[in-house]
Structure formats: structure tokens, C-alpha cells
Design a protein around this ligand. Structure first.
Ligand SMILES: [Ca+2]
Length: 377
């Protein structure tokens, strides 16, 4: 479809003005092309790669779609539990069970409830004969809240095959992010049957870490490091490394201010609270997070890829020893709000653009032959 030219002019300039260009260039960007694999998606939000090469895609309105290995986009899969679709609420992420090939089991995160009482919820189901069966709710955020805002909703598997889930602070309930017993503004760790053992807080058995605002990015590196990002208010979007029992500060410590300009806290950092490893002011509105450790794009190895809704682009953060040493803007030619970005089992990047008419975009090296894909040019 579209290709990016190598950044030869910048590279030439930087050979002259080397010192000025270290952080801007650090690992001159790879040459790539963008192919549209699926389009006319309705607010796509998350995806999962199936063992047979298919891709499951969630849509915020409460539909789950299958992009078959032959490139056909299926009708909504039957059996998805009813979601609370309002404002930021709806169907969020899809995560495959580690034994999916044997048990066809997957997990969906979504907003459930009504305008008085709703919250981030996780259901477990089996995808058999093209529909979801044996659906059971294994997690509901306690307490519920009323605002249809700030749900978090991203899931990953930890190395012990338990599920890590982000929840938001519910917007009107930000102080609860500092209350360990509340499941608002937390990362939650549950076993795959919804039970919880081995977590750090006796009084809050499902809570893994606290002090979060609205995390919509979660990724785990091969070495087990868990990266997360979260929306700040006005400014103060953050990237964090998540460890159990730690306090990530919101709203006691933040680099952002309130939407109306008011100070939320006089503190950007506080003793006993984990500072972000990277933060953005003004906000980019991050959604979707991938860590690139594959070999297809050697220039991008050991990078975080962060989707940006407001900035309509992707930020690549070059890592060294789990620290961000450089930042690069990519894929702004899509001119789209970016909802999710993932690394496929093939080592390629996959991007979901947000909104009505959202698309699944594949990023492949520009020198590699394109596979037959619907919408590819
Ligand atoms: Ca923080």
C-alpha cells in the first residue's frame, strides 16, 4: 500500500551534526511497507493471533471478528457476552489460553453493567464450531462505578500462565487508585479460573500493583519484564515497568494536570512511589503496546511500540537495560488514531486504527514480498 522512504537525508545530516541527532535517530528506522489486511472495522480495540494463522479482532460495540488465514473477515462470532457500550465502555481485549490449541479457550475483557453500576469484567469462553461456548465470568471489578470512563482493559499472560489485567480509576474515583482494597486503578492478577493466590496483598487478594489511572497498554518481554503505559490527565502519560506490590503514584504523584488546568498534585514523584521510565507532556493518548524482540526488523529490536490516539501515530521507544534511550515517531502517514499495536508470531507488526472504518494494518519489510492479503496493493 504505502511505503516509507529510508531516512537518508536525516542520516546524512546526522553524520555532520552527530551530537544533535543521537536521540532522534538512534537506530535509523527500518524500511517498511504497510498493507491493509482488514477494513471497515467498527472501533476495533484488541486482537489475538490464532495458531492456524487467523486473527481474532474485538470491536468496542461488543463484536468479535475472525480474520481467516485466507484473508476473509468473518461475521460477528456468536456467543459474546453482552457488554455495556457507552462512551469508553464496550468490548476490550481478547487473550488466548496458553493451551488454546487443545482447549480452544480464550478470555475477553469488557465493560459490563449499566449506567449506575458498571466495571471492567473478564469472561472465559471456548471458541468451538465458530461460536463462543461455555461462557463464564471469572472477574468483575470490585467496587463497581457509574462513569463509563477509564476501564483499562488490557490483558497479558504472565510466565506462570496467570492473567494480568489493567483496570482504570473510573475517572470520578481517582483517589481509589491509592486504596489497595479497591480494584479501581490497579493491575489485577488472577489464575485462569478466576481464583487468586500468590498475590502481594492479603487484604486485596487479586491486586498486583496500584496507583494507576487508565492503562491501555500491557506487554511482557521474553525475560519476563512487564511493560505498561497509562493515560495521564492533561499531560503525564506514562510508561512503567510493573512489579508486584508497588505503588505507581496516581493521583498522588503525576506529571500531568487536570483537564481544567487545576493542579492534581504538587508532586511529580514521591518517596515510596515508582516513577515512570518515560512520560509524555503534552499527552499523546497511548493505546496498545508491543515489545519488539523478533528478527524481521533488526533495527527495531528491543523497542517498545506505543499506539497514540491523539497524536495519530506510533512511538517507538528504544530500550537498553529496560531504560528508554531514544524515541522515534512512526506510521504517521496512516493519519489515524492508533488503538492497538502487536507483534505477530511472524515477527511483523500489526496495527489497529481506531473508529468507524477502523483497519488492521500489517507492517512488513519493504524488501520482502507481500503475501496475498485483502486490500493490499
Ligand atoms: Ca505514575
Amino acid at each position: 500500500m504505502r511505503s516509507a522512504l529510508p531516512n537518508v537525508f536525516a542520516a546524512a545530516l546526522c553524520s555532520v551534526f552527530f551530537a544533535l541527532c543521537i536521540s532522534a535517530l538512534a537506530g535509523t528506522s527500518a524500511k517498511y511497507r504497510l498493507d491493509t489486511l482488514a477494513e471497515d472495522l467498527d472501533y476495533p480495540w484488541g486482537l489475538a493471533f490464532l495458531p492456524d494463522g487467523g486473527i481474532l479482532i474485538t470491536e468496542l460495540g461488543g463484536t468479535l471478528r475472525l480474520l481467516s488465514p485466507d484473508g476473509t473477515l468473518g461475521s460477528p462470532i456468536e456467543g459474546v457476552p453482552a457488554v455495556y457500550r457507552a462512551s469508553q465502555g464496550g468490548l476490550f481485549d481478547v487473550l488466548l489460553d496458553p493451551d488454546f490449541a487443545r482447549n480452544q479457550t480464550l478470555y475477553l475483557s469488557y465493560a459490563a453493567g449499566d449506567s449506575d453500576q458498571n466495571g471492567t469484567t473478564v469472561a472465559r469462553a471456548a471458541l468451538r464450531n465458530g461460536r463462543l461456548q461455555d461462557v463464564s465470568v471469572i472477574f468483575t471489578t470490585n467496587p463497581s462505578k457509574y462513569a463509563p470512563l477509564h476501564y483499562g482493559g488490557r490483558m497479558i499472560l504472565l510466565p506462570d500462565d496467570s492473567i494480568l489485567l489493567t483496570t482504570g480509576d473510573g475517572f470520578d474515583f481517582r483517589e481509589q487508585a491509592q486504596v489497595v482494597e479497591s480494584e479501581l486503578g490497579k493491575t489485577i492478577r488472577i489464575l485462569r479460573d478466576g481464583s487468586a493466590t500468590g498475590n502481594p496483598f492479603e487484604q486485596a487478594p487479586r491486586v498486583w500493583s496500584f496507583g494507576h489511572r487508565n492503562p491501555q497498554g500491557l506487554a511482557i518481554a521474553k525475560d519476563g519484564t512487564v511493560y505498561q503505559h497509562e493515560h495521564g490527565p492533561r499531560g503525564g502519560d506514562e510508561v512503567n515497568i510493573i512489579l508486584p506490590a508497588l505503588n505507581y503514584g496516581w493521583p498522588a504523584a503525576t506529571y500531568g494536570i487536570d483537564y481544567n488546568g487545576a493542579l492534581i498534585s504538587p508532586y511529580q514523584e514521591l518517596e515510596g512511589m515508582e516513577p515512570p521510565i518515560h512520560h509524555w507532556t503534552p499527552s499523546i493518548a497511548p493505546s496498545g503496546l508491543a515489545i519488539y524482540e523478533a528478527d524481521v526488523f533488526p533495527e527495531w529490536k528491543n523497542s517498545l511500540f506505543v499506539g497514540a490516539l491523539v497524536d495519530r501515530e506510533v512511538r517507538r521507544l528504544q530500550l537498553s537495560d529496560a531504560q528508554v534511550i531514544a524515541e522515534e515517531t512512526l506510521f504517521s502517514e496512516l493519519d489515524s488514531r492508533i488503538r492497538d499495536i502487536r507483534v505477530g508470531p511472524d515477527g511483523l507488526l500489526y496495527i489497529l486504527t481506531d473508529g468507524v472504518g477502523g483497519a488492521l494494518i500489517q507492517v512488513r519489510p519493504s524488501h520482502a514480498p507481500s503475501v496475498a492479503a485483502p486490500g493490499a496493493e
